[in-house]
Design a protein around this ligand. Structure first.
Ligand code: CMP
Length: 148
């Protein structure tokens, strides 16, 4: 009898932040995802307005770093993407490493490319609910090309 396997194919939102775009690190960063079997099923380059950055990070609106975070995210172009793969939400977070690059495991994107907790190269959704909301924030369903 064939073994029973459980696969959870998920989609998650990923952002290459202004610091990494400015340093021409987009290609290097995308390689980390593709090497680990996460497929890029949607992508667009855009520059967030201050209002968009505020809305996207609204969950942090009472944190002391909120204004700095919003200013930084609107300071230059970003690449927003949908990544798809098995357990994509948790695996993306492993590939990114800890929010604070000084605590990120070696070989993770943030250990390799981030310079501070704010200029930390990438964002990734932290739960299935967040992933759904964050994907819908940037993409219409017909802008996503899922892999079968
Ligand atoms: P991100 O994964 O995009 O989610 C929220 C962001 O807030 C986080 O990455 C950091 O860039 C930023 N952030 C979190 N904590 C701090 C902090 N103490 N100071 C400045 N920025 C922070």
């Amino acid at each position: 009898m064939a073994p029973v396997t459980t696969q959870t194919i998920e989609q998650t939102l990923s952002i290459v932040k202004p610091d990494a775009v400015e340093q021409n690190m987009i290609g290097n960063i995308l390689e980390y995802f593709e090497r680990e079997g996460l497929n890029i099923v949607a992508a667009k380059m855009l520059r967030l307005s201050l209002d968009q950055a505020k809305a996207f990070y609204a969950v942090h609106k009472d944190r002391p770093f909120f204004q700095e975070l919003v200013d930084f995210m609107a300071s230059g172009p970003v690449l927003v993407m949908v990544l798809q793969g098995e357990n994509a939400i948790a695996r993306n977070r492993q590939i990114m490493g800890a929010t604070d690059p000084s605590k990120a495991e070696s070989g993770t994107i943030r250990a390799d490319f981030a310079t501070s907790i704010e200029r930390n190269a990438v964002h990734g959704s932290d739960s299935p609910q967040t992933a759904k909301a964050e994907i819908a924030f940037f993409f219409k369903p017909n802008e996503i090309c899922p892999r079968s």
